[in-house]
Design a protein. Structure first.
Lengths: 617, 525
């Protein structure tokens, strides 16, 4: 089946093309095309995974372009990581396709929505099958396109327009880093292929300095795509897109592509201590940084967005600490529980038509399916024992303790506390207490609940692939049997449990039982509260530094263009004009003048000829 | 064999037939004018397909005696004989196909031109002959003759059918390009005087082969060669254009009627790229090496300068004009790299930019026709009223910013790949242009199609395009019409070509391979 893996991305591509052509005619039936296409992808992806479980890596390449002796190829590569990602992506995408049928029902551009979903899924599946950097880059940008189109889906809203533009540009900044890193690697190794690059790292063809430089440059791409500090600012704004999109693209798959990329290039990163430290530090800082902002957000989707940034930071921290398996494990569990949380949030928004959590409340009884499912997601992300998030987070903390700097470990622990606090703040504000408004809120249709149920089950079950108790199935398989569980002290799991329960307790005290005043923080340190509400002023800093600088240079050049360059051109034209009028003044009909000019011209030519012998130049 | 003559001069038939059509019969003129561009298209595609199947293009060479400049007894028979010579290789073929395709599409797009249609099509077809001839010429004299045909045709097309400042734009065009041509003429004259021939192949032979050096009428010193190459490069730098010689381009982009800009940005600018490759790298490879660094620097300057200025513009045509400057910088970057990747990249980028700018200006023409303005400040939210048009416009923006999977990426990627081998730091600086490209294209296009809908009345008041006839102004008072089938077809073809080249660049790389390899051998690398 692995040799058929290249077909997996083609189903959604077909769905995209068909819906672009005929979507207007098919209207609501467009959903079935998208759902069927992703289901086929999912089934085939499963088959590929099963095949890979018992086999070895499969790779196939075709010529894409020849440049002299250099042949650039396109192809597929089914490694353990790729086969795994293929299933995760196809599964979440399929569930989101199903969910959207209810969520987007009645939208004027229903078929366009499914077309874009198809385009995105195609690109994402193509990305995780890439055997070389160039192809990865191509799909990397195409997933960005899908994300851009879907963020701007409600194109008539100014906010959506701004958010789509911002998402594309911020990620492009990262992509240029990726681009430069990729080019540098190419001329060092004469290939874009991962295997060739790893070989060059192994046999020392690639100097340590170049390894570090390329690894960090490519990591800039990952920073952009995965919303890591300091290129994270587009991700919260991306919540302008329809909620199923936030679940698929901005939680489960595309934003995790940065993690995937670093994982796919892991041997390159492992070869450079500095690069690994950079990844770990950016991840650790992002984890705590985004979590603090998540504390004060009032938009349900923005809380989840900052939480996503923070969780992606965890994954980067895991990679930087050398635990490839922990990162992919957390990527997987996060894909499930965060998609669940977003879909449940979508269900809430669907019911109450607002995203402001301060206007919600008491929805527990009104949304009998959504509420418990959201709770499962919240428990999982908070790292409560027996839920999937507990196992994957524990793995990361263990890796950070054994390999990472101590500071990053403690940051991660603190971020875990904040995570459970803001998640349960969200939970209590939305579902607990008295219904503040929205007496008519009702549960979503079955097409929306069913995908959430599946994700709910996975948000618990997916943790048991890799536990200290039953065995490290995922790790064994991802590393082809060379996996050894980090011998981390047992107290880490205890600490993780304690902080997560403490966060929940605190949230309950403040927002559930209301035994503590809610303005506990803002009353004591109002400036910190303000700092958090303004997202650490990062957007403003950009506005007054980078943006201001570029627009200053641009304005300066506009003046140069208008006055200096144009002025020179006018001057040249003027000289020609002056020469012309001088020349025409000589043409006055006086034969003596003509004769004099002719003779002196001849004299000049004779002199030149005499001096150079006719061989000037 | 007269295949090439037929290819180049077949639009002449249309010109002759058009003479007999009444001036007022707009429908007939449109139909005939478009049909006249089809024969070269068919022939060009035929040649392209045949060469892909292994047909050797040298078999198409043709030559006839034309003029003999001198009859001195001590000279050999061939000296100072200027013949009518046409001949193509993979490089010229790529450009010929591009020209033929864009000429047909521009003719279709000319349906939006309402005034003096007959004269318009006469000049348009003359322009096509000139462009095809430039790429098919096998000697310098004919290259130059065809080049001047394009110059004259463009001058009238801009000067007569352009916007309000059309005459200024036309004279600016003539002045800059005339000076470029004059310089080129000097170089050509010196070469012919010294070698006694204008034929590319013979010149190539004489410049490279020590044995053939004996045939020189008067040898050329190293320094002389460098001067000639410098002159060539400067002449083509005006036509590319390289900053700071670009001001004429901005005016032409803004003032010329959109179908003419499709050809101008699509093909005419590429003549410069073609000239730099064919004559610069082809005839003076060793001397070119000395200029490569400077060319790459100018390329990076072009990329950044054009992109940064495009950021500020609030008139769509200005945005596209500066983006042309920026994209032509990528051609220079490829040439400055002076390796296989770079030179192929320069050609890819030329073709890509040709297709993309044709698409952009096709849509600009429609926009000007519908809304009476291309001023971004007066537009907004068009996606609601014109979803299909907006979709195409967004596609054009994505192509413009070099999205992978589209032609622009292939051009940029390959050119940069070339420069990263020779000058990585410079290339990295140029790569910043990729960010600015995303900013200016998205900013301009999203402000037109996304967001709140503009007040259409206000847009109409701002109309300034004389091509917008009173009739279409009346049309404006009613509902805005989305892209019509006859406009959508050329747009679709362009998008299909852009995607085809982007997805499978080997389509273009295959015919270029042999040519680039020969050049690389000339470079001794």
């Amino acid at each position: 089946m692995m040799n058929l893996a290249w077909i997996v991305p083609l189903f959604p591509l077909g769905s995209f093309i068909l819906l672009l052509l005929f979507g207007q005619r098919w209207k609501q039936a467009s959903a079935y095309v998208g759902i069927a296409a992703t289901l086929l992808s999912l089934l085939l992806a499963f088959a590929v995974l099963v095949d890979r479980l018992g086999g070895s890596t499969y790779e196939a390449n075709w010529t894409w372009m020849t440049l002299g002796d250099v042949t650039l190829t396109a192809g597929i590569s089914v490694t353990a990581l790729n086969a795994w990602m293929l299933v995760v992506v196809a599964l979440v995408s399929w569930l989101v396709h199903v969910y959207s049928q209810g969520y987007m029902a009645g939208d004027e551009r229903f078929s366009t929505f499914y077309a874009y979903l198809g385009l995105f899924t195609f690109a994402m599946l193509g990305l995780v099958l890439s055997p070389n950097l160039l192809q990865a880059y191509i799909f990397w940008e195409l997933v960005g396109l899908g994300s851009f189109l879907l963020i701007g889906f409600y194109f008539y809203k100014e906010e959506a327009k701004a958010a789509a533009k911002k998402a594309f540009i911020m990620t492009r900044i990262g992509d240029v880093g990726f681009f430069i890193g990729m080019m540098l690697l190419f001329w060092q190794t004469n290939s874009f292929d991962y295997d060739d690059i790893f070989r060059a790292v192994g046999d020392g063809t690639l100097s340590p300095g170049m390894t570090m430089l390329a690894a960090i440059l490519i990591f800039i791409g990952a920073i952009g795509k995965s919303g890591q500090f300091p290129l994270h600012t587009w991700l919260p704004d991306a919540m302008e897109g329809p909620t199923p999109v936030s679940a698929l693209i901005h939680a489960a798959t595309m934003v995790a592509a940065g993690v995937y990329l670093v994982a796919a290039l892991f041997p390159l990163y492992e070869a450079s201590h500095a690069a690994m430290m950079t990844v770990a530090a950016i991840g650790g800082v992002t984890a705590i940084f985004a979590a603090t902002i998540g504390l004060v957000q009032t938009d349900i989707k923005r809380v989840l967005a900052y939480s996503t940034i923070s969780q992606l930071g965890y994954m980067m921290l895991a990679l930087g600490a050398g635990s490839y398996v922990a990162a992919i494990f957390h990527l997987t569990t996060h894909a499930f529980f965060k998609a669940l949380l977003f879909l449940a949030a979508g269900s809430v928004i669907h019911a109450v038509h607002t995203q402001n959590i301060e206007e919600m409340g008491g929805l527990w009884r009104r949304l009998p399916w959504t509420a418990p499912l959201f709770l499962i997601g919240a428990l999982s992300i908070s790292g409560v024992p027996l839920f999937a998030g507990f196992f994957s987070k524990d793995e990361i903390l263990a890796a950070a303790w054994t390999n990472g700097p101590r500071l990053l470990f403690w940051l991660a622990v603190a971020a875990a506390l904040l995570t459970s606090f803001y998640m349960f703040r969200l939970f209590f504000l939305v579902f607990a207490g008295k219904a503040r408004r929205h007496e008519d809120a009702h549960e979503a249709p079955a097409s929306m609940v069913a995908p959430m149920l599946v994700l709910g089950v996975l948000s618990i079950a997916s943790g048991y692939m890799q536990t200290p108790w039953f065995g490290s199935f995922l790790g064994e398989w991802l590393t082809d049997g060379t996996y050894h569980h980090e011998a981390a002290p047992g107290w880490i799991a205890v600490i993780a449990t304690v902080v997560s329960l403490a966060g929940i307790l605190l949230a309950w005290l403040m927002y559930g039982a209301q035994k503590m005043p809610r303005d506990w923080l803002s009353a004591r340190v109002p400036y910190i509260d303000e700092l958090l509400r303004r997202h650490y002023y990062i957007d403003d800093i950009y506005r007054f530094t980078v943006v201001a600088l570029v627009s200053f240079i641009s304005r300066l050049l506009a003046y140069v263009d208008r006055f200096l360059v144009e002025g020179l051109a006018r001057l040249a034209a003027g000289i020609v004009g002056a020469a012309a009028s001088a020349g025409s003044r000589g043409q006055n009909g006086q034969v003596q003048t003509y004769g004099a000019v002719t003779v002196s011209g001849l004299a000049i030519l004779v002199v030149i000829f005499a001096l150079t012998g006719g061989y000037w130049l | 064999m007269t295949f090439l003559s037929l290819l180049v001069f077949s639009p002449l038939l249309g010109i002759v037939l058009l003479m007999f059509v009444r001036k007022t019969d707009a429908k007939m003129i449109q139909w005939l004018g478009t049909a006249a561009t089809v024969p070269p298209l068919i022939l060009a595609l035929f040649a392209f397909i045949q060469s892909g199947r292994g047909f050797r293009l040298e078999q198409l060479d043709e030559a006839r005696d034309w003029v003999r400049l001198t009859d001195l007894p001590f000279l050999t028979d061939t000296a100072y004989v200027i013949r009518y010579e046409l001949g193509i290789d993979g490089l010229s073929l790529v450009f010929i196909v591009l020209t033929a395709v864009l000429a047909t599409l521009a003719a279709v797009a000319s349906m939006l031109v309402k005034t003096e249609k007959k004269g318009f099509f006469l000049w348009l077809l003359a322009l096509e002959i000139g462009m095809l001839g430039v790429f098919a010429a096998a000697n310098f004299v004919w290259f130059f003759l065809f080049l001047e045909v394009t110059l004259v045709a463009m001058f009238f097309l801009v000067g007569k059918w352009g916007g309000f400042e059309r005459e200024r734009a036309a004279y600016g065009y003539l002045l800059y390009n005339g000076l470029g041509s004059a310089l080129l003429l000097v170089v050509i004259a010196v070469l012919i005087a010294r070698t006694g021939t204008a034929n590319f192949a013979l010149l190539h032979e004489m410049l490279h082969n020590p044995v053939a050096q004996g045939q020189w009428i008067a040898p050329l010193t190293e320094e002389g060669r460098r001067w000639l190459l410098g002159g060539l490069l400067l002449a083509f730098a005006v036509k590319l254009p390289a900053v700071p010689l670009h001001r004429w381009l901005i005016r032409v982009h803004v003032e010329a009627p959109p179908p003419v800009v499709m050809l101008h940005a699509g093909v005419l600018l590429k003549i410069a790229a073609y000239g730099m490759i064919r004559f610069g790298v082809g005839l003076f490879p060793d001397e070119f090496r000395a200029f490569a660094g400077a060319i790459a620097v100018f390329g990076v300057i072009n990329v950044l300068y054009g992109a940064l200025l495009a950021l500020r513009q609030r008139e769509l045509k200005h945005v596209l004009a500066y983006s042309s400057v920026s994209h032509m910088g990528v051609v220079l970057i490829g040439l400055g790299a002076l390796n296989e990747a770079g030179i192929q990249g320069a050609v890819f980028q030329s073709v890509a930019h040709g297709l993309i700018s044709a698409l952009s200006f096709l849509l600009v023409g429609v926009l000007a026709h519908r809304m009476g303005t291309t001023d971004i400040n007066r537009l907004g939210g068009l996606a609601k009223a014109m979803p299909l048009f907006s979709g195409y416009l967004l596609t054009a923006a994505l192509a413009l910013l070099g999205l992978p999977g589209m032609a622009g990426f292939v051009g940029e990627f390959t050119s940069f790949l070339g420069l990263f081998q020779t000058k990585p730091a410079l290339a990295a600086a140029g790569a910043l242009g990729l960010i600015f490209a995303a900013v200016y294209s998205l900013k301009a296009i999203l402000d037109i199609t996304f967001g709140r809908a503009c007040d259409r009345q206000e847009a109409v008041v701002g109309w300034r395009d004389p091509q917008v006839s009173a009739a279409s102004l009346g049309e404006l008072q009613g509902g805005v019409v989305d892209l019509q089938a006859k406009e959508a077809v050329p747009a679709f073809i362009l998008v299909a070509l852009i995607v085809a080249v982007g997805v499978y660049p080997q389509l273009l790389a295959a015919p270029l391979d042999a040519v680039v390899e020969t050049m690389m051998n000339g470079l001794g690398g």
